[in-house]
Design a protein around this ligand. Structure first.
Ligand code: ZN
Length: 100
């Protein structure tokens, strides 16, 4: 039973002793690069979050359902009458006519 095959030799040659210092330098370089990338991503992420909040109010807007036809629409585009929401004046009138 012997472990000194061609694979073991190849593994040994993958980590050469005399180049340890340059290997460490390479690792330090990579760590530095990762730190810089991480720092930039954090910075740009913060800026994106801050910029995304004020201009578009598309997502936070409340959605309501037309009491007549059941269509979903943003509350700013709906007609609010008698505690109910409608998609258009016609449906508001129709619902009122139906309830009267
Ligand atoms: Zn409607």
């Amino acid at each position: 039973m012997s472990f000194s095959g061609p694979d073991a030799a190849g593994f040994c040659y993958a980590w050469p002793e005399p180049e340890n210092s340059t290997l460490a330098m390479k690792y330090l370089l990579w760590i530095g690069l990762f730190l810089i990338i991480y720092w930039i991503m954090r910075k740009s992420g913060n800026r994106r979050n801050r910029a995304a909040t004020p201009p578009t109010s598309r997502d936070p807007e409340e959605m309501v359902t037309c009491a007549h036809c059941g269509v979903h629409l943003p509350v700013s585009e709906s007609i609010h009458a008698g505690g109910r929401y409608f998609c258009c004046v016609e449906h508001q009138r129709a619902a009122q006519a139906r309830s009267d």
